[in-house]
Design a protein. Structure first.
Length: 966
């Protein structure tokens, strides 16, 4: 007996050891077989980091753990992951595995991301089933199914901590699910079984056409399904789903034979508290929701009953109905002084079955009062898929400063301003698409005054001083729109046409706008990337491997046709300062056209025109023409960092330059220039440029000519171009330290340089080098027909190579040959021919400088006049508003006094009526006072501008006469 027990113990130990060790010998085989099967069955490529096998916890079944599993798409979805899962667990029948059958008893997925994408052309990355050549015949498909060695007969499955993103660009839908936990239990191996499921989602967001229907909603559900696999019937026992605090019941059945689907479902809520629906409002739900004091009745119920099928004539939908209402609703927070009350809603969505166009949406009423702010809306829609018959209204009278009175906010947050809106519409979209705008009624206004919101996440100073939008049929007028950033005051006016078809059917919007600003700091408009990361951002980005396919970005919508005229006193961007900007920019078909843009910069002036084409096939081509006059060179070099890097010798350059340049290239999807496609060419002129740089000391040392340590360039007229990564200076002539010179060469983006300079140097500057080069000089002079003694000047050539930071100078004294020599000969001839013309040009240039000063002085005088007029105008408006405020205050004071002195109800009614008349009359007088003051203020400024314009016109006329006289 003792020997038997010892034998059994040894056998058990060996069995345990075998259970622990044997799986290790098969893990690579399992991994390879799994990859082979997946890559043969799926489109795309499967990656598996590691595989772990175990029998210990699941014996006699085998536990397989796939770690770091990733499925990547192909073609349009190349390098785009459909899923990236940290751990996939399968429990399989070990005995069946030896017979070649892979029967799954349990499966689980943990810690992963799923990224589903539908492109605008309808292609989806979840369509991953590989199609075999024989799959066209049904018999082949059935045969393949019979041979499939994998069978799912799970008793339990689960999903833990999954993030799912569904992005449908074709349908305009986006759904994001964060931290999904789901598990189910059922005997899948039987024909009929009860499937018990439990689901929890930490955050769920659903967006369609830019409108968020659910925003970071928490979902919980316990759903029981009676599953009949033979009849494809699923019966839902009464189950519950909660969205935040909204709890919904669901029961009924779904039958799916073949391609059809028969539904018989009922849903609704058994609770009546309005806190359920309030919980779906983010601002309310997140702000101490547990302490909210809410009253009123809420109802929600509905059904879906009938067949859903896809037929030749289109899709047929079952009948469905949704009824929802709120009555006598109000809510408030215990620590806040005001409440939201008079909450009323009556919504019914009905579809009798058949085509979806038979659906009717009727929001009869939606209204509320919040701290005295009134809101009401209604909308009725029928035939939504064809004629889109709709009518409705919106009224709003909202003092934003009252928000903290009924909604908890952070202490640092401040709200100011008022919005009033009154809109009505009654239209058939189908008729408007055919141009029958007169049959549509759309009228009303939106008026916003003194709007500002500040807090921890917002810089101070953002706001709208005033904005009014008038809606009339198919046109929207922007009247007196004034807004501001922390350092900028701006205004805009204009109109939008074809507004309704654009908003409702993505048709073309026509816009004509005027924009003005004092000083714009571009950095105020450029957001900073937050260093904080959270799971929401993580799910949106889904890491680089989970990103969506890079569809072409639409920087400018194709359906906007707009013309904008802008006047900006100053625009600052980092080192750049532009002044007196006047521009006209047109947007059409996704293209941006700069028709004209004039600005003062680098103490000179410039004009720009160009076009940016829509982004397509990986790039957005652009073409720009620049005309710059009298730019101060040292300011250009200090501002344009690229120029400073490519030509550091210009760091101490002095002089004025003028240039005309034609530039073309492309931007990538990040709006950065594609250097390989950057090309430009132009012509630069300057009367005088001075160079004094320590790098010239080396030139002076090598040539033994001290005067070359600083250079004076005159009469510069050079053509240049940039292509294939080279900035090329075409052969040109100029005056160098008072002598004729020729120059050409290039600089690369790698900062390599290659230039040739030829000039003539006074013999007296050359010292001992004259004697050693006398014979060569004599030969050189003979070539020019000069006989006799050594001339006063001698040719000098310099080859410049190396890099911009470390140039190498190689001089050639008295022996200039080849193309360099020819350039110098041509330079001499050209100088003689041009000398007379240049003398004339110098005279005109002097006249231009004087003319420029005359005009500049006139502009400064105009600026002073307008500035003083604006100061007086602002003072006038300020005083008028102060008096208007006093009028209203006094009227209100008198009205309240009448009401307080009233002794009985009749007197009280009379006093109230009289008080209202007093207030109304005072308000009218106050408005008239402000309007008259604004009118006088505007007149003051216009008179100053007119006077200033006359000064400038007279100056320009005088300047023109001065130039002509030369």
């Amino acid at each position: 007996m003792r020997k038997v027990l010892i034998g059994l113990a040894i056998a058990v130990v060996l069995l345990v050891v075998a259970i622990a060790i044997v799986p290790m010998f098969f893990k690579d085989r399992v991994k390879n077989e799994a990859l082979k099967y997946a890559n043969e069955s799926l489109k795309g490529e499967m990656y598996i980091g590691d595989v772990d096998l175990s029998l210990i916890s699941t014996f006699p079944d085998l536990k397989i753990v796939f770690e770091e599993t990733r499925l990547t798409g192909e073609d349009e979805f190349e390098n785009i992951d459909l899923m990236s899962i940290q751990e996939i667990i399968l429990v399989v029948d070990l005995l069946e595995l030896f017979d070649g059958q892979f029967i799954i008893r349990e499966m689980g997925v943990s810690n992963g991301k799923v990224n589903v994408v539908v492109m605008k052309n309808g292609l989806a990355n979840y369509d991953i089933a590989a199609v075999s050549e024989d799959a066209t015949e049904e018999a082949s498909v059935e045969e393949a199914q019979k041979e499939d060695p994998i069978s799912i007969q799970v008793d339990r499955y689960y999903l833990k901590d999954l993030d799912i993103r569904y992005s449908d660009h074709k349908g305009g839908m986006l759904m994001e699910i964060l931290q999904l936990y789901h598990e189910g239990e059922g005997k899948f191996s039987t024909e009929e079984f009860l499937l018990k499921t439990s689901t929890q989602i930490e955050e769920m967001t659903f967006e369609m056409e830019g409108l968020k229907y659910l925003n970071k909603v928490t979902l919980k559900s316990d759903l029981d399904l009676l599953v009949n696999l033979v009849e494809s019937k699923y019966v839902i026992d009464t189950s519950f789903v909660s969205l935040n605090a909204l709890s919904l019941f669901l029961d009924g059945s779904v039958i799916m034979p073949d391609e059809q689907m028969f539904l018989d479902l009922n849903f609704g809520t058994n609770q009546t508290s309005i806190t359920q629906i309030l919980s779906l409002i983010p601002a309310v739900y997140m702000a101490d929701f547990q302490n909210i004091d809410a009253h009123g009745a809420f109802k929600l119920n509905g059904f879906v009953k009938g067949e859903y099928a896809s037929e030749d004539g289109g899709e047929v939908y079952p009948a469905f109905e949704i009824n929802s209402s709120i009555s006598d609703g109000n809510f408030g927070y215990p620590d806040l002084p005001a409440r939201a009350d008079n909450l009323e809603m009556d919504l019914k969505i009905n579809h009798p079955g058949g085509v979806l166009d038979r659906m009717v949406i009727d929001l009869k009423n939606l209204e509320a009062k919040m701290a005295g702010n009134a809101f009401s809306a209604s909308i009725y829609v029928e035939q939504p898929m064809s004629k889109m018959l709709s009518k409705g209204s919106l009224k709003l009278d909202f003092d934003i400063s009252t928000v903290p009175e009924f909604i908890p906010v952070e202490k640092s947050e401040e709200y100011q301003g008022k919005i009033i809106a009154d809109l009505k519409f009654d239209a058939a979209l189908a008729e408007m698409e055919q141009g029958a705008y007169d049959k549509a009624e759309f009228s009303g206004f939106i008026d916003a005054t003194s709007i500002s919101v500040s807090g921890n996440d917002l810089p101070p100073g953002l706001g709208i001083d005033h904005m009014r939008m008038e809606f009339n049929q198919n046109k929207v007028s922007l009247e007196d729109m004034r807004f501001r950033t922390p350092r900028t005051q701006m205004s805009m006016s204009g109109s939008l046409s074809n507004f309704i078809p654009w908003y409702m059917a993505d048709k073309e919007l026509l816009a004509d706008l005027s924009f003005s600003a004092d000083t714009i700091y571009a950095t105020d408009w450029m957001g900073e990337e937050s260093s904080n990361s959270n799971r929401t951002e993580e799910a949106q980005d889904t890491a680089q491997s989970m990103t969506e396919p890079l569809e072409d970005p639409e920087w400018v919508p194709n359906n906007i046709n707009a013309t904008t005229r802008a006047s900006i006193n100053r625009l600052n961007y980092e080192n750049y300062d532009l002044n007196n900007i006047q521009s006209k920019i047109r947007v059409e078909g996704g293209k941006v056209v700069i028709e004209t843009m004039k600005a003062d910069m680098f103490e000179g002036n410039s004009s720009i025109s160009g076009v940016l084409e829509p982004y397509s096939e990986g790039k957005a081509p652009y073409q720009i023409d620049i005309n710059a006059n009298y730019w101060k060179l040292n300011k250009v070099v200090k501002t344009v960092e690229t120029l400073e890097r490519m030509a550091p010798i210009l760091n101490s350059a002095t002089g004025l330059i003028s240039t005309k340049m034609a530039l073309n290239g492309s931007l990538d999807r990040s709006m950065e220039p594609i250097l390989d496609e950057l090309h430009f060419n132009g012509r630069l002129k300057s009367q005088s440029i001075g160079l004094d740089n320590d790098k010239l000391d080396e030139l002076a040392r090598i040539t033994k000519v001290d005067k070359l340590s600083s250079l004076q360039l005159n009469d510069i007229d050079v053509s240049y171009s940039f292509k294939n990564g080279k900035l090329i200076t075409e052969p040109t002539t100029f005056r160098l330290n008072g002598n004729d010179a020729a120059f050409n060469g290039y600089t690369t983006l790698d900062q390599e340089i290659n230039y040739d300079i030829e000039t003539e140097m006074p013999t007296s500057d050359l010292g001992e080098s004259v004697a050693s080069g006398a014979e060569q000089l004599s030969s050189f002079l003979s070539a020019y027909g000069v006989e006799g003694a050594i001339p006063e000047t001698i040719p000098l050539g310099v080859k410049i190579t190396g890099t911009v930071d470390n140039p190498k100078f190689v001089p050639r004294l008295g022996d200039i040959s080849g193309s360099a020599s020819q350039s110098t000969k041509e330079a001499v001839r050209e100088k003689v021919e041009k000398e007379i013309e240049m003398q004339k040009e110098r005279g005109k240039e002097e006249a231009r400088k004087q003319a420029q000063k005359i005009i500049a002085d006139a502009r400064k005088e105009k600026e002073k006049l307008v500035k003083e007029a604006q100061r007086r105008a602002d003072q006038l408006k300020k005083e008028a508003r102060k008096q208007a405020g006093n009028l209203r205050s006094e009227a209100d004071k008198q009205a309240k006094k009448l009401e307080e002195e009233a002794a009985n109800p009749i007197q009280q009614m009379t006093a109230k009526a009289a008080g209202d008349v007093l207030r109304k009359e005072a308000d009218k007088k106050a408005n008239d006072l402000v309007k008259e003051a604004d009118k006088q203020a505007e007149k003051l400024v216009k008179q100053a501008e007119k006077q200033g314009d006359k000064l400038i016109n007279d100056a320009e006329k005088k300047a023109e006469e001065s130039i002509e006289s030369r």
